[in-house]
Design a binder for this molecule. Sequence first.
Ligand SMILES: NC(=O)c1ccc[n+]([C@@H]2O[C@H](COP(=O)([O-])OP(=O)(O)OC[C@H]3O[C@@H](n4cnc5c(N)ncnc54)[C@H](O)[C@@H]3O)[C@@H](O)[C@H]2O)c1
Length: 266
Amino acid sequence: MQGMLEGKVAVITGAGSGVGRAAVKIWTEHGAKVIAADINLPSAEESVQLAGAQQGQAKAVECNVADPDSVIAAIAAAVETFGRLDVIYNNAGITINPEPGKGMLRLVDAPLDQMKRVEDVNINGVIFGCQAAIRQFEAQGSAGAIVNTASVAGLMGYGGVLYGATKGAVVNLTRTLAIELANQGIRVNSVCPAGMLTHYAGLDPDSPQKDQILEGMAKAHPLGRAIDPGDTATAAMFLASDMASNITGVNLPVDGGLTAGRKIGG
Ligand SMILES: NC(=O)c1ccc[n+]([C@@H]2O[C@H](COP(=O)([O-])OP(=O)(O)OC[C@H]3O[C@@H](n4cnc5c(N)ncnc54)[C@H](O)[C@@H]3O)[C@@H](O)[C@H]2O)c1
């Protein structure tokens, strides 16, 4: 079978863990050449190794998405290593870590330095990724695809207030940028996952309580399954691929039906 991303060159941010790690594996299996970018270089290197991609098909780079020059350097690495850029997957994201035993912090209790950090990574990080990718698409004279990782927290009230505000910004940036770029053939979409058991929010995917946590997550979704990072990476791959060539401005929930509504009665 021809891979969904055969011949495409992609930069994936937040590639060292969770969704990003899953994307490095699944996207390379589908023929993409990938720059795995993460603020934590050893974790990105491990993702490349775990992907078991063909020699030279994926390369790890250190990249802080909150620093525009660092993002530009990641795009430059794609051009230098693979000759061009077709896709940026702006996936890196963080939240204010809950205090043990206290759950999500209330907005009024959020420390200013952490608030600024979350805004910088979740909003500016996506903006810098979009800007750098658009400049490269324009320099190549090509179209291209931008995929962002937003969240169901950008579509509905769900979890931390500030985090939801940043993801709401990503959702609307996705729509407005899609309109702005449509006449250049550059598509902009996002995936909006529900809760996943990754390192996000200080969770531990290798926790001894893993099965109980996943069971609890599964119950929150009409389809009755927890969302796996691979579910999100696969949805993002579809949006990045030519199979979605007439789709732009979409914020695609990957949530087992969570945002579809509630069943009333039996
Ligand atoms: N896990 C969830 O419940 C959940 C739900 C909805 C949306 N999301 C979103 O999914 C995306 C991926 O999160 P995840 O669950 O895989 O979390 P994760 O913590 O497992 O992975 C995030 C990765 O991003 C990297 N990162 C953090 N700050 C960075 C920066 N400034 N520059 C570059 N890389 C940076 C981390 O080193 C890490 O490798 C995020 O945007 C997150 O907001 C997660």
